[in-house]
Ligand binder design. Structure first.
Ligand code: AMP
Ligand code: GLY
Length: 424
């Protein structure tokens, strides 16, 4: 099969690396890809948020058998619907299901309606009403821009003043553009976080191995929220009891709720969860693979990813037995100085002599005059496996030290958190 993969980050590099191992896959195209992906796929320079243009390209190309849509924005814009309407097979939720990520107001209402555990909240379209509410609600409080904001539209406010300033930024100054037209004001929850991703065809749910992200830019979870500065798998506190609770109270009710709303979800459903003293609660849904979660999940997948993708599209996921390697995996993100705020691009990357069993997934890289240069905030993900998280993280750090570019920074504490929490 010839497969087109939409996207250009570390996540897409990991997806493409897994597909490249499949005996079913003949040739891979990546729209738009990056310098690392270029080693495995032919790059296609079409704006993937222009869903019509993508549909036309696939039509004209004529030999694309399957398209994998990974990023949130083309999913929310209906790229899968566009491809299906032209008679092509595509992996990813339809537009009416991708809303589970694209609108926090939608997902919060869904959880309320179907009794899916989540933080208490109020939604506001009026700045004045939101400002009044924030004067009396419990503190800390969490503000979330309704729309897509690259994982950055969430503010944890420790004082009333911070909350008022945050509301102004979101609703009046439009710091996150139209994503801030509506704002969800949410109860602050505490506990360890886990990313639980699952394949689903709307009938069967097959969870992947768990992972933990590090969203803040700085060590000890300080600094601004980012797209993710590193991940490890599995979550040390997530045992069988957790898996059962999450499946019964969160995963099944969510997939069935989407069916009941005539928004059947087919693809990867990402449950961002917090283990609170009252059990697991949903912090967010994503309608896709996580980034950088995918970089620690797919290297552990033993089953052919193409076979899983096809089974989801054909609604026969129950027939596939998905197997995972034992052990642990760590991904350390190397970022551009200044990210998630302003940063420079075009810095040459020097790769040292890396261990053979370490993988570097490219995120924001490009090729320029035969050299690999930075082209984004998150530049590379250094991925290592080990018998446990500690062994994997040591290997990832040792190899990260061999890579350099001007302004490069990374967190020093990826994979350290949660190790003392009891597993259950
Ligand atoms: P989100 O984009 O919704 O995943 O939020 C980004 C991060 O903000 C999460 O990973 C949490 O660490 C934090 N966060 C979001 N909602 C809450 C909440 N209600 N209470 C505490 N922390 C939260
Ligand atoms: N790593 C979080 C996300 O993909 O949204």
């Amino acid at each position: 099969m010839n497969v087109l993969v939409i996207g250009n980050g570390g996540r897409e590099h990991a997806v493409i690396a897994a597909l490249a191992k499949s005996p079913k896959v003949n040739k891979i195209y990546a729209m738009k890809g990056n310098a690392g992906i270029a080693q495995l796929a032919e790059l296609v320079n079409v704006d993937y948020c222009d869903v019509k243009a993508v549909g036309e390209w696939v039509d004209q190309k004529g030999d694309i058998d399957f398209t994998v849509v990974t990023p949130d924005d083309p999913l929310a814009l209906g790229l899968v619907d566009e491809l299906e309407s032209r008679g092509h097979r595509a992996f990813g939720p339809n537009k009416n299901a991708a809303i589970i990520e694209a609108s926090k107001a939608f997902s919060k209402e869904l959880m309320k309606k179907y009794n899916i555990p989540t933080a208490k909240y109020e939604t506001f379209s009026s700045y004045e009403e939101a400002a009044r509410y924030v004067e009396t609600c419990d503190i800390p409080v969490v503000l979330k821009a309704d729309g897509l904001a690259l994982g950055k539209g969430v503010l944890i406010c420790k004082t009333r003043q911070e909350a008022q300033d945050g509301l102004k930024e979101m609703m009046l100054d439009k710091k996150f553009g139209s994503a801030g037209n509506k704002v969800v004001v949410e109860e602050f929850l505490e506990g360890p976080e886990v990313s639980c991703l699952a394949f689903t065809d709307g009938k069967t749910i097959k969870p992947m191995i768990t992972s933990c992200d590090h969203k803040r830019a700085k060590d000890n979870d300080e600094g601004l929220n980012t797209g993710g500065m590193g991940t490890f798998s599995p979550a040390p506190f997530f045992g069988e009891k957790s898996a059962e609770e999450v499946m019964e109270k969160i995963m099944k009710p969510t997939v069935y709720a989407m069916n009941a709303e005539n928004r059947t979800f087919k693809g990867v459903l990402y449950f961002g969860l917090m283990k609170t003293k009252d059990g697991y609660k949903v912090i967010e849904y994503n309608s896709r693979f996580g980034d950088p979660e995918t970089q620690v999940i797919l290297p552990m997948l033993k089953t052919d990813l193409m076979e899983i993708f096809e089974a989801v599209v054909d609604e026969r996921l129950d027939e596939v037995n998905i197997e995972w390697e034992e052990g642990a995996c760590v991904c350390l993100v190397l970022a551009s100085g200044g990210y998630p705020e302003k940063y420079e691009k075009g810095k040459e990357i020097v790769f040292g002599d890396l261990d053979k069993d370490v993988t570097v997934y490219h995120a924001g890289t490009a090729e320029k005059d035969g050299k690999i240069v930075t082209s984004g905030g998150r530049v590379l993900g250094v991925v290592a496996k080990g018998k446990d998280v500690e062994e994997a993280r040591k290997k990832a750090y040792a190899n990260a030290e061999k890579i350099s570019f001007d302004g490069m920074y990374f967190r020093k504490d990826i994979g350290v958190k949660y190790r003392n929490i009891e597993k259950e």
